[in-house]
Design a protein around this ligand. Structure first.
Ligand SMILES: [Cu+2]
Length: 176
């Protein structure tokens, strides 16, 4: 909220000063649209090597997924004030492969993760939280290291046809 107030004030200052009006960048803390999907509290974790033992995803050698090299993940709350929808795809400017994943107990005491088949359901007038240990947007085949303070451009495509692009900050996961 603070970010948004600052940004509105900045735009107002530009207008008052008679400068050309520039299109404000999407606020880092949220993105709204006419059809009801709103993204809040989005963040991306810094680059993690797949060999890191504290990577919450654990190892997924048996999953058959392209896990070579450094990976990262994006988290957020997807709020929906409209009809039921689905997040069907995601992409970023820093990863060649971006998938919607779910972390789950694989039944043998190991945590693993797998792509969400057919898209992630976003209930009507509800919300879905993507967080460590649960749903997440997996960034694979990273083109660069991600360190706190950087911004990642994330594009989300929904079944309704809605496409949301927002700038997401890279930051350390909260302590648990
Ligand atoms: Cu994943």
């Amino acid at each position: 909220m603070k970010m948004r107030v600052v940004s509105v004030a900045a735009v107002a200052a530009l207008v008052l000063a008679g400068c050309r009006v520039v299109t404000p960048a999407a606020p880092a803390s949220g993105s709204e649209s006419a059809t009801g999907i709103r993204i809040v509290d989005a963040w991306v974790r810094p680059t993690a090597m797949k060999t890191m033992s504290d990577h919450s995803h654990g190892e997924s050698k048996s999953g058959g997924m392209a896990m070579d090299g450094p990976v990262s993940a994006a988290y957020m709350v997807i709020e929906n004030t409209g009809g039921s929808d689905k997040l069907i795809s995601a992409s970023t400017d820093v990863s060649e492969v971006t998938e919607i994943h779910e972390t789950k107990d694989m039944g043998n005491g190991m945590m693993g993760m797998q792509p969400v088949q057919g898209g992630l359901d976003i209930p009507a007038n509800g919300s879905v939280t993507l967080k460590p240990g649960g749903y997440h947007i997996m960034l694979m085949k990273l083109k660069q290291d991600l360190t706190p303070g950087q911004m990642v451009k994330l594009t989300l495509t929904f079944q309704s046809g809605q496409v949301i692009t927002l700038d997401v900050p890279v930051k350390e996961p909260p302590m648990q």
